[in-house]
Structure formats: C-alpha cells, structure tokens
Ligand binder design. Structure first.
Ligand SMILES: [Mg+2]
Length: 337
C-alpha cells in the first residue's frame, strides 16, 4: 500500500457532503466557508526524527523554523497567509533541555517572520525519538483561493525557484561535504531552513492570474502529478529549463547522486508550482519581482493524464520519459511491485 492508496482509503470513508466544506482531502489545505465571502484554511504536517530530520545534522533552532515553514508553505500554495498555529510535540523521556529551548526559539522566531502566532497544542512523551506536528490556520476571500484543480491544457507551468536543492543539500550534509563552501551553502540551507513562498502565493492569488497551484514538498514529478490528477490534465516538462541544474551538477561532482534526479524527484524544496495562461508571462514575472523571486517557466499543461519530461542527454540528444508520481512516497514498496 502506498501513500496515495492510504489517503484514498481515508478519503472514501471521511463522511458525506457538507456544503460548508469547500475543499476536503486532496489539496494543500482544507477550505471551509466562513460566510461573508471568507474562507478558513487548515493544514497539518509532521516532522519525525529519523524520517525527516537527523538531530546530529539539524540544529534545533533551524528545525523549529522548518516545522513552521513546511506548514505555512501549504497555506501559501492556496494563496493565503497564515494566521495562527497549533503544535503537538512528542519528546523522548531523556530529551535535552537546551535542545528544546533552541527548537522553541526557532519555532516562535519563524512564526514572527511569517506574521502568525502559536496559540495552542499538546506536549506528549514519545517512547522513541522526537516528533512534531503543526497545524496552521489561514483566512482569505473565497473567490481568490487557488486550488490544484484549475489547470487547463495550454497553460504555462511555473516554479518559483530552483528544484532539487534540498535533496542535494541533504546528501552534502550526510557526507560532510561543502560545509564552508559558497557553492554548497544554498543547497544545505534549503534542507535545514527552507522558506515558504507565502508572500508570492498570496500576491499570485490576489492577481487572479493563476489557474492552479501546489507547493513542492514531495518533488516535481509527484506534486505536478497531484495537480494534473486534480485538474484532469497531463503535463510536459522541458528538462533543460529546470532552474538550479548547474548548481546541482556542481554538487554531483562531490557526492553521489544524479543532478537530474534531484531536480525531478527530490522533495522538500518548498517552492511553489503554478499554472497560468501563456499570455500572462510578463505579469507573472512582475509579481515575482515584487516578491524578490524569479519564477521560471518549465513546461506546459497538456491533455491526457501523464507527466512527461523532455530530458536532455549528454550527447545533445533528448528523450521523453514518463515521470508521473516518480517522486517521494513514504510508503512506496521498495521491492518494486
Ligand atoms: Mg503541499
């Protein structure tokens, strides 16, 4: 059973229609009608020691920031801004008090940076390892929410920044390579302390230019497949246009790993992926500029259901490959069946 099958099973049993629930399982946030043309957005994400982070590699202050950022990224992916946050923290009996203080300081600093507040939660004993789960609430105008389901064939596919940096950065950290090197710093930082593109998401939603949006948590191949599935479309990605490849190739000289694989399947970059009519490219770039970001057009929404990639090969030739759902899956059967 894979991650999508687990979600599908829960989704089928999650209850009947409720007219106030505008979006249930299947997008970055749930969306609930508040009346008066306003909606409430809710999302939850969990970081588990040994799965999402290694305490030996991850400074506690940055981990506290990250658990906030990865959740706020989902709020940004709907076009909203965060309002309040709930934390559930499981700590092993012998936890380090200094570790906890740094983690808590990082978490509350990040809340301040993003303009939201910690308003409650729970602390529990964990038999093994640290786990932290955060719920974020946001509010916005109902008719500005950007769902995954609005992409149309012919739309341009955009990403808000480089892909694969977090995956490459994690490899560098694990192998202790590039710690003090300028070329490696953006890669390592992306794994340790990613930034949610929430201001861009908000401004794109307000612009009314964007048809569909998702944040890149599980990698381009999987997250774009989610968006295409909800939109009943396919997609064609131009591999040579993926932003950040040159830096990944640099990293690939020092640690094992395929730069192209990092860019296509590496998770946790927390850039936004969105689609818009091909006629509004100048306007999209202008919104990006206002947020100090340079969105990059990487492909086109197509008919069909497959996510395909035109991959440049070493000899200058290209090949077209199907990459639908080829990114990270927590429950993928490693035997290949
Ligand atoms: Mg998401």
């Amino acid at each position: 059973v894979n991650e999508r099958q687990i979600i599908q099973y829960l989704s089928e049993r999650a209850g009947g229609a409720d007219s106030r629930i505008l979006q249930s399982i299947g997008d970055d946030c749930a969306v609930i009608d508040q009346g008066g043309g306003r909606v409430l957005l809710l999302t939850m994400d969990t970081l588990i020691e040994g799965v999402h982070f290694d305490c030996a590699l991850h400074p506690p202050r940055l981990l506290g920031r990250k658990v906030v950022s990865v959740n706020i990224s989902d709020i940004g992916a709907m076009g909203s801004r965060p309002h309040a946050l709930l934390l559930s923290l499981g700590l092993p009996p012998s936890f380090d008090e200094q570790w906890f203080r740094c983690f808590a300081d990082g978490l509350t600093d990040a809340c301040r940076d993003y303009g939201c507040r910690l308003i409650g939660g729970d602390t529990v004993a964990s038999p093994q390892g640290i786990n932290c789960s955060v719920t974020v609430l946001g509010e916005m105008e109902m008719d500005r929410v950007v769902y995954r389901s609005g992409a149309q064939p012919g739309d341009t596919i955009w990403v808000s920044g480089p892909l694969g940096f977090a995956a490459a950065g994690l490899e560098l950290l694990r192998l202790g390579v590039g710690q003090d090197e300028d070329w490696a710093a953006p890669l390592i930082r992306r794994h340790l302390d990613p930034m949610a593109r929430v201001e861009l998401g908000g401004q794109l939603a307000e612009s009314g230019l964007v048809h569909a949006m998702i944040d890149l948590s599980d990698g381009l191949a999987t997250d774009l497949a989610h968006l295409c599935h909800q939109s009943k479309t396919g997609a064609l990605i131009r591999g040579h246009d993926l932003p950040g490849l040159s830096r990944l190739i640099e990293a690939g000289r020092y640690v094992p790993g395929d730069p192209f694989q990092w860019a296509v399947a590496g998770g946790e970059d927390f850039e936004l992926l969105f689609t818009a009519a091909a006629t509004v490219s100048e306007e999209i770039l202008a919104v990006g500029q206002r947020c100090n970001l340079e969105p990059v057009a990487i492909g086109t929404i197509t008919t069909g259901s497959a996510v395909r990639l035109v991959q440049p090969l070493a000899d200058g030739a290209v090949r077209e490959v199907d990459i639908t759902y080829q990114g990270y899956d927590h429950f993928r059967d490693k035997s290949g069946s």
